[in-house]
Design a protein around this ligand. Structure first.
Ligand code: G6P
Length: 611
């Protein structure tokens, strides 16, 4: 969380930084700030969004071709003007922006205070600015060496950028645990949390590895480790398009991303199987064939929506490939001393590829000898780079904080893996693959058709926008869908919603049901259709208002439900790909009715790079 962007070159930095911050705002929007160097070090910062920052700087000196900007998701210290970044050193000469947490900041602060340093904010970041200056003054060394030495003393996670009034030709960035990418233009350089602020200016980037520091000095880039080992920058070409990070006529990124799903699912499947010869073209399946044949267990780790995709993954791998699966919240897994064996495969699912807990979970599993597959959306992010193999979801940049297209893309790839694993282990014949591929190829059109229900969903959303609670029920593959539907509603409309296994409802949540309670039920034609119908009856008997997701042509549930939303028929194991769509739209339109900021819901951030 927190977005950082910096520029050094021949252009005015301010417009680049502001535009960059707007693109990074999905990472946090508690406060925003900017530092510009032009003889003086001008710092402007405030609580609120980037738009508030723009208001603050109106009429001020915003010149300078060296500068940096920050958009914050508060960890240490409440969101206010003082705690906003950039932070400065004791003399005010050195400025820093930071994404992450300095865990030993209190000890460092205490030591520095004893040496006469005075702090103005409650943040961990300010301590680092002071520490760098303290080392620089005490050892009479260069800024870059002081940064390196300071980072030796720091415990925690960070992506930082530093500029100094006394070094107007230098831009310094470093990372450990939080992402930082360096863009290399023509006599100009950029640094940012992700590549979105950079793509208009250059396609050449290098992603810093953990423990690396990038120094731009007199127009040249060099990279060193904290241990002082020189590194040759590995330059990669960005493949992202500008259109993919703009709203393209939609009112919100979330709505655009919901509507992109026929394409993003297609792109995530494309080229990965050959329906004629019934073969796969996935490196993970080829290079890890022996491992997959012999593995005893799969552990899936993730957070939030990615964890829900993992739950679908459990059902898929067990159902199709007959492999035991455990799905773990990454944050719990890493701290509960789990049993991990060398013949386990750990699949880490993460849209951003940067979620700190998920990253830490795979580091732990790696130490214990497990094989790691990453399933991520952001190319070049930390989790794929820390994994032995994996697959990208090819959903394109997801900017809306509530995840939509990433979820369905994750499920699409998990389905392919489940069949790939099943085939390698003799659990799926060529004919099974042929059938599955045909079904998968039909999914984008079915999602398209489901999106046509939008007008009807808007009407339903209007009726339920005032509710305080909602219940989402599903069984089998419908259960993770129910969880994801409830999470979407919570995230963006602030309505308390619970996802529950439909049959489990009678062990507690049924007590909540009265005539005011909307109950969304996944009641599609499946092997447990009749059982779900019984659960609907139980809700009906308590006067709950039923909104049912049903298979096209269904007339049994229609008679019981207050509202039905039809989706095209598909194989049971593919249902999450289609049934999730109306729930995304429902939460979106409920949130719109309530006047919520759907793309930037309160207290949330898209990329959670702190544990
Ligand atoms: C945050 C986001 C969620 C996301 C979760 C996991 O909480 O707001 O939308 O599902 O992080 O993120 P990841 O990038 O690992 O999928």
């Amino acid at each position: 969380m927190c977005g950082i962007v910096a520029y050094i070159g021949h252009r005015e930095a301010y417009p680049i930084l502001i535009k960059g911050l707007k693109r990074l705002e999905y990472r946090g929007y508690d406060s925003a700030g900017i530092a510009l160097l032009n003889g003086n070090l001008n710092i402007y910062k405030c609580k609120g969004k980037v738009a508030d920052l723009e208001n603050i700087v109106a009429g001020k000196n915003i010149t300078g071709s060296l500068g940096m900007g920050h958009t914050r998701w508060a960890t240490h210290g409440e969101p206010n003007d003082t705690n906003s970044h950039p932070h400065i050193s004791q003399s005010g000469d050195i400025a820093i922006i930071h994404n992450g947490i300095i865990e030993n900041y209190a000890t460092l602060k205490e030591e520095l205070s004893q040496r006469g340093h005075e702090f103005t904010s409650d943040t961990d970041t300010e301590v680092l600015a002071h520490l760098i200056e303290d080392i620089k003054n005490n050892t009479h060394t260069s800024l870059e060496e002081a940064v390196r030495l300071a980072l030796h003393e720091v415990i925690g996670a960070y992506a930082i950028v530093i500029i100094s009034k006394n070094d107007p030709t230098k831009l310094i960035g470093a990372r450990k645990g939080s992402p930082l990418v360096v863009g290399i233009g023509d006599n100009e350089y950029f640094m940012a949390s992700d590549a979105t602020p950079i793509i208009e200016y250059t396609r050449n980037v290098t992603y810093l590895n953990d423990g690396e520091i990038a120094f731009i000095k007199d127009g040249k880039l060099s990279i060193k480790t904290i241990q002082n080992v020189e590194k040759t920058p590995y330059i990669e070409k960005l493949e992202m398009n500008l259109e993919t990070i703009e709203k393209g006529g939609y009112e919100h990124f979330m709505l655009k991303e919901i509507h992109e799903q026929p394409r993003s699912i297609y792109d995530s499947l494309r080229g990965r199987f050959d329906p004629i010869n019934c073969t796969f073209a996935m490196r993970s399946l080829k290079e890890f064939e022996t491992k997959i044949k012999n593995l005893k267990r799969i552990i899936i780790v993730g957070c939030g929506t990615s964890w829900h995709a993992g739950l679908v993954g459990e059902y898929l791998f067990e159902d199709i490939a007959r492999i035991p699966v455990e799905v773990e919240y990454a944050s719990e897994f890493r701290y509960r001393n789990p049993v991990i064996n060398e013949d386990d495969l750990v699949i880490a699912i993460s849209q951003s590829g940067e979620t700190a807990d998920t990253l830490a979970a795979i580091e732990l599993a790696k130490e214990k000898g497990a094989t790691i597959f990453g399933l991520c959306n952001v190319v070049g992010s930390s989790i794929p780079r820390a994994s032995h193999a994996g697959a990208y979801t090819h959903a394109g940049p997801e900017i809306g904080v509530a995840s939509t297209k990433a979820f369905t893309a994750q499920v699409a790839v998990l389905t392919l893996w489940a069949f790939g694993f099943a085939h390698l282990r003799g659990k799926a014949s060529k004919q099974d693959l042929r059938n599955a591929f045909a079904e998968l190829e039909a999914i984008p059109a079915k999602v398209e058709k489901t999106l046509e229900r939008e007008a009807q969903i808007i009407e339903i959303a209007k009726l339920f926008s005032e509710t305080n609670n909602a219940l989402y029920l599903g069984r089998g593959y419908g259960f993770p869908v129910a969880l994801e539907g409830a999470l979407k509603l919570k995230e963006i409309s602030y309505i308390h919603a619970e996802g529950y296994p439909a049959a489990e409802m009678k062990h507690g949540p049924i007590a909540l049901i009265d005539e005011a309670m909307p109950v969304v039920v996944i009641a599609t034609k499946s092997s447990i259709y009749e059982k779900v119908i019984s659960n609907i009856q139980e809700v009906k008997a308590r006067k709950g208002k039923i909104i049912a997701i049903v298979t096209e042509g269904d007339n049994k549930v229609r008679k019981m439900a207050d509202y039905v939303i039809e989706i095209p028929e598909t194989k049971e194991y593919l249902e999450p790909l289609v049934a999730t769509i109306p729930l995304q739209l429902l939460s979106y339109y409920v949130a719109i009715q309530r006047g919520c900021n759907v793309d930037q819901p309160r207290n949330l951030a898209k990329s959670v790079t702190v544990e």
